[in-house]
Design a protein around this ligand. Structure first.
Ligand SMILES: NC(=O)c1ccc[n+]([C@@H]2O[C@H](COP(=O)([O-])OP(=O)(O)OC[C@H]3O[C@@H](n4cnc5c(N)ncnc54)[C@H](OP(=O)(O)O)[C@@H]3O)[C@@H](O)[C@H]2O)c1
Length: 252
């Protein structure tokens, strides 16, 4: 059984909250009683998620941010510090893939994947941990990685490289937090296919995405939100390092 009582009233920042896994996680953490801050470029989509449940914004905030822009990231953290005093939980969920093979891909697609999936995740982590240390040194950072950080499907080498990097960043941060005798936890979750816009965006084809989703019963964003809640709910001495989650019938 999951119990998030000790996180109630704490502030959780979810990047990539306008869609898919981030949107499901934002709503779930809101329902669990956390104050949630959702961030993505499509701010209006985040605002719409909790408009009915919290029309006056007493328990949530929607921020527009382009994570490719370092200044935008800094501004996002400044806004949260001014309004909420900082964050206690960081869900680094924003990310994207392009079908951009090494032999034929476009360098701008590689750059976007590296900027959002790796560089922005590093900056958000550094800023988020500054807040957590100020607020009692008991926070939790969760990176949304991928099964593609554990194996390389076909020509997805560059996307996979960004998720292998997330694995390195998870362990590297764990080492740094240990050296600093911090109580902040770091975890990753590595999903296989999840039914979100990620797949049609990757293949630049809605038809291809629907064909993939029809192969077997794929994971839903709420399945990943459940797993994130599980990691947060573990007692303070338990740190889940990386959860690999596949649909039961997925082969790869
Ligand atoms: N779906 C899968 O099969 C799958 C499998 C394994 C891992 N993942 C990982 O799961 C995470 C979430 O993806 P998803 O499946 O939920 O896909 P999604 O529905 O496409 O959501 C991606 C999110 O990332 C945000 N984002 C992308 N570029 C951004 C930028 N420049 N600035 C700010 N936000 C940006 C998007 O917001 P805006 O467009 O509004 O900015 C959106 O909220 C990603 O890290 C992905 O790599 C997905």
């Amino acid at each position: 059984m999951t119990d998030l009582t000790r996180w109630q009233g704490k502030v959780a920042l979810v990047t990539g909250a306008s869609s898919g896994i981030g949107a499901a996680t934002l709503q779930r953490l809101f329902d669990e009683g956390l104050f949630v801050v959702g961030a993505a470029r499509r701010q209006e989509r985040i605002a719409a998620l909790l408009k009915d449940k919290d029309p006056e914004g007493k328990q949530h905030m929607a921020l527009g941010v382009d994570l490719r822009d370092v200044n935008d990231i800094q501004k996002m953290f400044e806004t949260v510090r001014q309004q909420m005093g900082g964050i206690d939980v960081l869900i680094n969920c924003a990310g994207l893939g392009h079908d951009a093979p090494l032999l034929s891909g476009d360098a701008e697609h590689w750059r976007e994947m590296l900027d959002v999936n790796v560089l922005a995740l590093c900056i958000c982590t550094q800023e988020g941990i500054k807040d957590m240390r100020e607020r009692g040194d008991k926070g939790h950072v969760i990176h949304v990685s991928s099964m593609s950080g554990h194996r390389v499907p076909g020509s997805s080498g560059v996307y996979s490289a960004t998720k292998f990097a997330v694995r390195s960043l998870t362990e590297g941060l764990r080492n740094e937090l240990r050296a600093a005798n911090s109580h902040i936890r770091i975890s990753a979750i590595s999903p296989a296919y999840v039914e979100t816009d990620f797949v049609s965006h990757y293949h630049r084809s809605e038809e291809k995405a629907q064909e993939i989703f029809a192969r077997f019963e794929v994971l839903q964003p709420e399945d990943i939100a459940d797993a994130i809640v599980y990691m947060l709910s573990c007692p303070p001495h338990v740190q889940v390092h990386d959860l690999l989650v596949r649909a039961t019938e997925q082969t790869s």
